[in-house]
Design a protein around this ligand. Structure first.
Ligand code: ADP
Ligand code: MG
Length: 259
């Protein structure tokens, strides 16, 4: 099997996966984590990938991020750019202030000091942390730390954001607020987002399109457009109805494995 990373031919695709396969290990111990996954994310589209634990969601995201290589198939990113990444753990540098954390990607990009200062201030305002630049991560709540991580990711200025259960460790109320913020930033910056979650309500709250992945091997078994007007509320009947439908599909899938 061959694997290549290419720029999508079409300008109407931000992320393109074609027949992507991932095998971990060899021989009798080999695990087929992903099997022929094809998926296009359009520019400005918000796609949520849902599925049971262990179905290959993180594997798929890591492949798109270039952290690992597919065993087969092609993955393309618009402009060949490095995507922004966010995980459940914010992975901030504990010894650096909030400002300095957000400044890291700007330094790496070689921006001059004055411009970095300006950008950091603007990014911290964007995530509503304008007053917290001098704090260190341990002085902040979990939700605030994820805002810092989001600001640092936005500092990369990439059009594609990959998020792996970024709000999974937060309480429901904090998560709710961060959903609003992410939706606002996504629409202002016209980002393309591939967002992994096992929380179907969160997916229905955020997504333009929900993709459901089966387990062992991970295959796309269902895809649904979510045309609920924005801004949405996670406790609205429309979101609940979509979540119920996806949960039903998920339950059928888990039942198929006799778990
Ligand atoms: P999810 O994020 O949906 O919970 P993962 O992508 O983490 O699922 O894992 C998919 C499958 O691949 C699981 O069966 C997991 O045990 C296996 N897997 C993930 N990473 C590795 C690895 N580095 N080596 C071997 N197996 C792995
Ligand atoms: Mg995972």
């Amino acid at each position: 099997m061959t694997s290549t990373t290419t720029t999508p031919q079409s300008t109407t695709t931000a992320v393109a996966l074609a027949g992507v396969t991932k095998v971990y290990g060899r021989g009798a111990n080999a695990v087929l984590a992903l099997d022929g996954v094809s998926l296009d994310v359009a520019p400005g589209e918000f796609v949520c990938l849902v599925g049971a634990s262990g179905c290959g969601k993180s594997t798929l995201l890591n492949l798109v991020a270039g952290l690992d290589r597919p065993s087969g198939g092609q993955i393309g990113l618009a402009g060949g750019a490095n995507p922004g990444l966010m995980f459940q753990e914010p992975a901030l540098f504990p010894w650096l202030t909030v400002e300095a954390n957000v400044e890291v990607p700007l330094k790496l990009r070689g921006l001059p000091r004055a411009e970095r200062r300006e950008r950091v201030a603007e990014l911290l305002r964007t995530v509503h942390l304008g007053e917290f630049g001098r704090k260190r991560p341990h002085e902040l709540s979990g939700g605030m730390r994820q805002r810092v991580a989001l600001a640092r990711t936005l500092a990369l200025d990439t059009p594609v954001l990959l998020m792996d259960e970024p709000f999974g460790a937060l309480d429901a109320m904090t998560r709710d607020i961060l959903h609003d913020e992410l939706e606002r930033i996504w629409s202002e910056r016209k980002l393309s987002v591939l967002f992994v979650t096992h929380n179907v309500r969160e997916a229905a709250r955020l997504a333009d399109r929900i993709i459901l992945l089966s387990s062992r091997p991970g295959r796309i078994i269902y895809s649904a457009e979510v045309d609920i007007p924005r801004p949405r509320r996670i406790d609205s009947p429309e979101v609940a109805a979509i979540a119920a439908e996806v949960t039903e599909r998920l339950r059928t899938e888990v039942g198929r494995h006799g778990q």
